[in-house]
Ligand binder design. Structure first.
Ligand SMILES: C[S@@+](CC[C@H](N)C(=O)[O-])C[C@H]1O[C@@H](n2cnc3c(N)ncnc32)[C@H](O)[C@@H]1O
Length: 239
């Protein structure tokens, strides 16, 4: 994959990083933003038969949802090390035939990606400069729920991200992160026919879930779920 995003992602998210992320997941469970997304999806009670996870890393969201009621997942990821690590973990979990891996910049292949009940971008939008296309193209794939996490648009977060980018520049890395305007992201989701359902703000990260109202113009392929795919509404914290 030769796109500009993927070349940068390959260097930033290499095999060592993928191994570290997988070990952390196996020992500690999903990270904080991922847990918040999973919890919100479960509590929504929405049936989720199909998942599209963009920038899914080692595949924590697919693994967690396929273990309950979700039937199949597509993961589009710009870093091949994450794909390889996730694919081998999916084999260990006997889930390989239910996850489709696409190594690409999602924006570049969006028209070839199927719609899904749930679309997730966990700590992804901040790694992508052209966030407007990423958000608009991914929202168009959403049949029911759209969940994402981004760094909060606050001065202390901006200062921290600017410092991180300066360190990267000094080290010669071309990878950058951005604090994109949350208002613009939300406007794009509303323009795509979605409505805000859930929001959680930590010191650094914000998690939001949007929903496509029933009867609204949902993508045709995304409407495959039945009540059987409802994610159990767990009372216990996810860990
Ligand atoms: C910080 S990692 C987050 C991984 C995982 N979601 C997590 O929370 O642990 C961001 C990932 O998003 C991927 N990514 C960013 N923009 C992307 C795009 N347009 N298409 C595909 N992958 C993308 C990067 O390759 C990277 O692996």
């Amino acid at each position: 994959m030769n796109c500009c995003h993927c070349q940068t992602a390959e260097r930033q998210f290499d095999a060592a990083r993928a191994e570290r992320d997988l070990r952390s997941y196996l020992h500690n469970g999903p990270g904080k933003t991922t847990r918040t997304i999973l919890d919100a999806v479960r509590r929504s009670g929405e049936p989720i038969a199909t998942l599209l996870d963009i920038g899914g890393g080692v595949g924590v969201i697919p693994f967690e949802l396929l273990a309950v009621a979700t039937e199949s997942a597509t993961m589009v990821e710009g870093a091949s090390a994450y794909i390889e690590t996730s694919r081998s973990e999916s084999q260990r979990r006997d889930m390989a035939d239910r996850i489709r891996y696409l190594h690409a910049d999602f924006v570049e292949i969006a028209e070839r990606v199927a719609d899904a009940d749930l679309v997730t971008l966990d700590r992804v939008i901040c790694c992508y400069e052209g966030f407007e296309r990423l958000v608009a193209e991914s929202a168009a794939k959403c049949g029911r729920l759209y969940a994402f996490s981004i760094p909060r648009d606050r001065w202390h977060v901006r200062a921290f991200v600017a410092l991180q980018n300066l360190m990267r520049r000094i080290r010669g890395s071309s990878f950058r992160t951005w604090v994109h305007p949350v208002r613009r992201i939300e406007d794009l989701l509303v323009e795509a026919g979605l409505e805000p359902r859930f929001e959680s703000n930590g010191l650094v990260w914000r998690v939001s879930v949007f929903v496509r109202p029933r009867g609204a113009n949902a993508p045709a392929e995304g409407r495959s779920s039945t009540a059987d795919q409802r994610i159990p509404n767990l009372a216990d914290p996810i860990g």
